[in-house]
Design a protein around this ligand. Sequence first.
Ligand SMILES: Cc1cc2nc3c(=O)[nH]c(=O)nc-3n(C[C@H](O)[C@H](O)[C@H](O)COP(=O)(O)OP(=O)(O)OC[C@H]3O[C@@H](n4cnc5c(N)ncnc54)[C@H](O)[C@@H]3O)c2cc1C
Length: 476
Amino acid sequence: MKNRYDLIIIGAGSAGIVAAVHARGLRKKVLLIEKSKETRGSKFLNDIPFGSLSYHSSLILNSNKLENIGISAAKSSDGTKLFEHINEQVKNLSSHLELKNLEKMGVAVVSGEASFIDSHTVKCASKEYRAKKIIIASGSRPIVPEIDGLDSKNVLTTESLFNLKKLPGSVVIVGGGPAGIQAASAFSIMGVKTVVLEKGETILAREDDEIRAMVLDTLKKRGVTFVFKAIIENAQIEKRRCTLNFSDGKKSRRVTAERVLVCCGRKPALDNLGLESAGVEYDENGILVNRSLRTSVSNIYACGDVTGGYMYTNKAEAQASVAVVNALSLIRKKMDYSSLIWGLQTTPMVAHMGMTGSEAQARYGKFGIRIYKFPFKYSMHAALRSESGGLAKIICRPSGRILGAHVFGDNADSIVHELQIAKTNGIKFGKISLSMHIFPSYGDVLTKPSLRSYIDQYSRNILINIVRALIPHRRR
Ligand SMILES: Cc1cc2nc3c(=O)[nH]c(=O)nc-3n(C[C@H](O)[C@H](O)[C@H](O)COP(=O)(O)OP(=O)(O)OC[C@H]3O[C@@H](n4cnc5c(N)ncnc54)[C@H](O)[C@@H]3O)c2cc1C
């Protein structure tokens, strides 16, 4: 029958596209509904433009290194070409995910906003579609706090930032979370006077304490001003002159800049989905799912940002694979969140995997963990590149089992990926030192602390200690 499918997916973002491709691989009849004609989710609105902004700002720091040794490099001017270039990159990179290409794979695609009529029926643009299974992957949208004088049209959000034609002279960033700090990092390098207003007591609440402190220190040295415990009272937004009046807990203050960028997090996109009609339960954090990604309704699954929690593309895509397999096959899969990994596109980069130092200590106690640190100043490769300000921190159990890894520094992503492979395959940290690494390379950031871990394990081995105690020391 027409308009009947094995699977309907709501939202063609990171999670929805992975779900659609996966479901076609299982030879199922799939309908993908996407409300926007131009975008393919947050990946192309956020991750890729921010990644490009960060990369290009890091090139400015690299060109400064050349200037330090007398080689002059051209400097960026007002950023006009930069924003054009970023938008061009986004267009090129997203072209292979055009909805028409999914249609070529056999996925039926409908444009428009989907909403439930009942647990098997979805309505879009006045047509009804039925399916045995439904996956909700409607993502999230930026939060603009309710503040007198401030709304999503008169400020920049992470999504409208890349509509800018050129760099502002100054910016106030509201929010010191990942997006705000990524923006502060890039803007400060490009000479934009940057102030961050954060309502909490620190930035990057989810990062390891030491890594967070290093990011804060680096940005302050680059000229970024931070105000903590800042509660914004009202705003006067005029063309090229925005004033925010706020209290810092002690007194009323004001800050003025050319633009305001709001980075106050994201909320699950639940509006107009008609979840009540299908009986799908949700709360302010998103759609409620179990580890199989099933909602309160047995034939409806949800994945990606709409389920709340950590909002990252890799998590959305991993959840999509689990949801599809559970929805369409007899195999039962569960999400494993123990190896969550993410990066912050700051310069240098932050890479985060598993538990932070304080999380591990809270779980296993002070004596139940070993922390191995390697400041980049001891890495020859980092020294060659004048990148000696970083830190690698690896958190293990006394047995050498890896619990988490946190790196702030050049190449942080590759360094943490190596540890992620070790962790997910049960390889103890000390074993990394037994694998040859290229010299010079950032391999030394891992091999040296890994050798310390290996020696620790070796010295803990009861059998070896007994043998050593039994063998008499040779006289010199
Ligand atoms: C500034 C910023 C930078 C980021 N950088 C990174 C990064 O570097 N790395 C990383 O891993 N993550 C990053 N993220 C997070 C990442 O973008 C998201 O976690 C990820 O894209 C979520 O995928 P999703 O499929 O759940 O949602 P989305 O990709 O947002 O897709 C949801 C789709 O559903 C559509 N939709 C919504 N409602 C309906 C409806 N009713 N009917 C039909 N269609 C609908 C939307 O139009 C959208 O296309 C960043 C986020 C921000 C804000």
